[in-house]
Design a protein around this ligand. Structure first.
Ligand SMILES: Nc1nc2c(c(=O)[nH]1)N[C@H]1C(S)=C(S)[C@@H](COP(=O)(O)O)O[C@H]1N2
Ligand SMILES: [Mo]
Length: 223
């Protein structure tokens, strides 16, 4: 871990300490605003809407050229895959608009995305019956894990386009994951590999005291 990353981790663990001092346990579904399409209040408890788009990562932004980018899907699957960007773009594409909730309390609302459902690439690899979880690996060394039922939700996307433009490198381009119904750290920028697991394993922040479940409406931020 370099100095910059160590400072980022220390700052974020300090936020965690402050939150845990004030808040005992994840609570019931809370938030404000009219219900969103999942029937949850539009803005989750403790979140503030931002109009910009902050950049949050470990301070290393890999520059992955389209011609070098590849997506690996392996682990507990019948058909391990390695897709080039061209092959990825030949998969069924979808457009969606969803919200983005960072555990550090900002939310970016109504982001138009274009990409491929994570469920599409997982299905292509044909998970074995014993598959239960997913570990995602990014080009900056970041990892984050998801239960299969979260990974397969229809708004969990591998996105290459945001707000009508190719996803900027600082936001995880060429391709990142978004997980609108979980805190945004569950969506790896610069996605490189998806490993199908037969038991849960913790990712980067989950190992450092972030909640493994990460439900924004339950204020489920830290463990
Ligand atoms: N590869 C990678 N993905 C990551 C992170 C990271 O450090 N590295 N940070 C996560 C966190 S905490 C958030 S809030 C979002 C931030 O995405 P943004 O920088 O596009 O706002 O990316 C998530 N995905
Ligand atoms: Mo975050």
């Amino acid at each position: 871990m370099d100095d910059k990353e160590a400072r980022i981790v220390a700052a974020r663990l300090k936020l965690r300490e402050r939150f845990l001092e004030k808040t005992k346990q994840p609570g019931p579904a809370e938030g404000h605003g009219p219900p969103n399409r999942h029937g949850m209040p539009r803005v989750p408890v403790g979140q503030t809407i931002t109009t910009g788009w902050p950049v949050l990562d470990l301070g290393r932004q890999p520059n992955v050229k389209l011609s070098d980018w590849e997506l690996i899907v392996d682990g507990a699957v019948e058909e391990p895959l390695k897709l080039s960007f061209k092959q990825f773009m030949e998969l069924p594409q979808i457009e969606d608009v969803s919200d983005f909730h960072c555990v550090t309390t900002w939310s970016k609302m109504d982001v138009p995305w274009e990409g491929v459902q994570l469920s599409t690439v997982i299905a292509l690899a044909r998970p074995r019956p014993e598959a239960t979880h997913v570990m995602t690996y990014a080009y900056d060394g970041y990892t984050t894990n998801l239960p299969l039922e979260e990974a397969l939700k229809d708004d969990v996307l591998l996105v290459h386009t945001a707000e009508g433009k190719p996803l900027p490198a600082e936001h995880g381009g060429p391709v990142r994951i978004v997980t609108p119904q979980l805190y945004a750290w569950k969506g790896a920028k610069w996605i490189h590999r998806i490993e199908i697991l037969t038991r849960d394993r913790l990712g980067y922040w989950e190992l450092r005291g972030y909640s493994n479940t990460a439900h924004p409406w339950e204020n489920d931020r830290y463990s």
